[in-house]
Design a protein around this ligand. Structure first.
Ligand code: BDR
Ligand code: CA
Length: 312
């Protein structure tokens, strides 16, 4: 199995990605760090710990990461998309306290204890990764693969016409991470918008006997409500779970383009991910399409732990 560190801004789709990873036997989740994005890094840690408790996996350490982006300050989450608490206003409780180390320190420590063997999955803004790079500039040589949910390369953004939320929320961090020399798999809106869950999937989760899945089902209905308001269909994209499943090797990309990427920092197009033609810049593997059955693969894994706890 592969040792994996997850960096997240939990978040409804983050919660689904987390459950997916917990249920994937090939993945050994050795640490989780939080960052501000969908909600604050502090609240994301509370949400993550509560989900781990519901999954009976409180032994996995959660480290609180950056509250503010590299430049400027946290702008207050995405209550219209993820509710005022980050998890669709579904009340979660319980969970272990976060560990004392910060998320950037956890990244560096885990990378050094698993040299060349640690996979990193980042499904929030890239602030913790940028800070970890400051702590140890050799990090790209220690990390096996860095899979990032973020960016909108050949499609419009979701926070502005140009930018996707995770990159927009810390454009400076994203630029540094793209240039640092990691082996990066980028899972942008180009592919995530093509793979979705619907109300039937949410009902399936909510109808199990497991409190974790009931909560996920409630969150998913709420997430679908938001996407109906912007896309006019009751189907919510699997941004973060798709990145997790590609990192775990259970969903196969069907179209990949390797390009150096830059991040626009200037106002109008801030956060835009642009392919550049600079010889020598590190290549990013941009996943443009993935196997058609991705949503089914992901739902089956998420449901796996519900089946075991459902009343007979
Ligand atoms: C990304 O932004 C967050 O809202 C989601 O959790 C996902 O990581 C989608 O743009
Ligand atoms: Ca996220």
């Amino acid at each position: 199995s592969v040792s994996l560190y997850l960096d997240c801004d939990t978040g409804i789709d983050d919660a689904l990605a987390l459950t997916y990873l917990l249920n994937t036997p090939a993945v050994d989740l050795v640490g989780i760090g939080t960052v501000s994005g969908n909600t604050s890094s502090e609240e994301a840690a509370v949400n993550t710990a509560a989900l781990l408790a519901l999954a009976d996996r409180s032994e996995i350490p959660v480290a609180v990461g950056a509250h503010d982006p590299i430049a400027g300050s946290y702008r207050g989450g995405a209550p219209d998309v993820h509710g005022s608490n980050g998890v669709g206003d579904v009340a979660l409780s319980g969970g272990a306290a976060p560990v004392a180390e910060t998320a950037p320190h956890m990244i560096v420590r885990l990378a050094r204890t698993h040299p060349g063997k640690l996979d990193v999955v980042a499904i929030g803004p890239l602030t913790n990764l940028a800070k970890a790079l400051e702590l140890d500039p050799t990090l790209p040589n220690l990390v096996s693969t860095l899979t990032i949910m973020g960016g909108a390369v050949w499609v419009p953004g979701n926070i502005t016409a140009a930018a996707e939320a995770n990159i927009f929320n810390d454009a400076e961090a994203a630029r540094r991470v793209f240039r640092a020399g990691f082996r990066i798999n980028l899972v942008p809106l180009d592919v995530t918008l093509q793979h979705r869950f619907d109300d039937g999937d949410a009902d399936l989760l909510a109808r199990t006997g497991s409190d974790l899945h009931i909560a996920l089902g409630q969150m998913l209905h709420r997430y679908i409500d938001f996407y109906e308001s912007v896309d006019f269909i009751r189907r919510a994209p699997l941004h973060d779970p798709l990145a997790a499943a590609i990192a775990a090797g259970e969903v196969t990309p069907t179209q990949i383009r390797e390009v150096p990427l830059d991040v626009v920092l200037e106002s109008a197009n801030r956060g835009q991910t642009v392919p550049v033609d600079t010889p020598g810049d590190p290549l990013v593997r941009v996943i443009v399409a993935a196997q058609e059955s991705a949503a089914t693969v992901i739902l089956d894994r998420i449901m796996a732990s519900a089946v075991r706890t459902a009343p007979s």
